[in-house]
Design a protein around this ligand. Structure first.
Ligand SMILES: Cc1ncc(COP(=O)(O)O)c(C=O)c1O
Length: 302
């Protein structure tokens, strides 16, 4: 099941079209968000929209709608399909190049192009959560904040794609980066945490990462479960020697990692703290849904 919305018109994926002068297509001059629903409620949509507008502000892209107007558009789109758990990608480009001339200048472009993709949610298998993922550390360094800030969720993912090119990376589930000073940063589409001696650690907010919404929820979950958590840089060697490692993203939630490069992490099975946080995360989702039902009943009526 899949649908695409292009500037408010809805199409089957094979019929959806944008201009070849679209700046997202030509230059990656676009921003995006990916979010999912649980039982027809779009999870942490507010946080995703906050981040979308932060990304827009950072590159001076005029979305052309208020967050509330976008929420209406997203739910109107979602209403077209009767899917309980859905994947939505909202992609907004700076519009088409002016006068159909290829021109890098961000001035005098047309209105933003707003494209939404709605798909069945494809999640990792239960066995992957039971066994844990394997990760490969790429030799490609993460973009620095001083060049292309990873905290802008832009449509330009070449840094992440290049990281997936080395042949060796295809033997692993996914790939992650070090920064230019060789500290661990984040993965191609996820944030990374390690656990050592009962303390959870991840790199600081100011690192070259996208500040994941799931990452933020992990801080809340650790707090609830009385688990110590700190933001501090760490090296690849510390990650190899961690007792537990896990990664986070909106679609993976909290995913254990049991192998990094040639190294087995901890016992080679998902660890106790990771499992505790996974349970806390599930509780957080249930609480969120219960609150959403009472506070925003119109949202459930998809
Ligand atoms: C580079 C990168 N880091 C981290 C994340 C995780 O972010 P979130 O938890 O908000 O899904 C993503 C998600 O797409 C990402 O692309």
């Amino acid at each position: 099941m899949a649908l695409v919305s292009v500037n408010g018109s809805i199409y089957k994926p094979e019929d959806a079209k944008i201009s070849v002068y679209d700046r997202g297509f030509l230059f990656g001059d676009a921003i995006y968000e990916v979010f999912r629903s649980y039982g027809k409620i779009l999870f942490t949509l507010e946080q995703h929209l906050d981040r979308l507008y932060r990304s827009a502000n950072a590159i001076q892209l005029d979305i052309g709608y208020t967050p509330n107007e976008l929420v209406e558009q997203i739910y109107d789109f979602y209403k077209k399909e009767n899917i309980e758990d859905v994947y939505i990608r909202l992609q907004i480009s700076r519009g088409n190049c002016a006068k159909e001339q290829i021109n890098l200048s961000p001035n005098n472009t047309g209105k933003a192009n707003i494209v939404m993709y709605l798909h069945d949610l494809k999640l990792p298998s239960p066995q992957t959560y039971e066994k844990g993922m394997s990760l490969y550390c790429t030799h490609i360094r993460r973009n620095t904040k001083l060049s292309m800030d990873p905290n802008i969720k832009s449509g330009n993912y070449l840094n992440n794609i290049i990281a997936l090119l080395p042949k060796d990376s295809s033997k692993y589930h996914d790939t992650f980066f070090l920064d230019h000073e060789e500290y661990v940063t984040e993965g191609t589409t996820f944030n990374i945490f390690m656990v050592k001696n009962g303390v959870v650690q991840t790199c600081p907010n100011q690192s070259d990462i996208l500040q994941g919404i799931t990452r933020d929820i992990v801080f809340h979950c650790a707090d609830k479960a009385n688990i110590d958590i700190k933001q501090d840089k760490f090296r690849l060697k510390a990650l190899y020697n961690a007792d537990e490692v896990f990664i986070t993203s909106s679609t993976k939630e909290i995913m254990p990692v049991t192998k990094i490069d040639q190294e087995v992490i901890g016992s080679g099975r998902p660890g106790a703290i990771t499992k505790k946080l996974i349970q806390q995360y599930k509780d957080f989702v249930q609480q969120y849904l219960a609150n959403a039902k009472s506070q925003h009943p119109w949202r459930v009526d998809v």
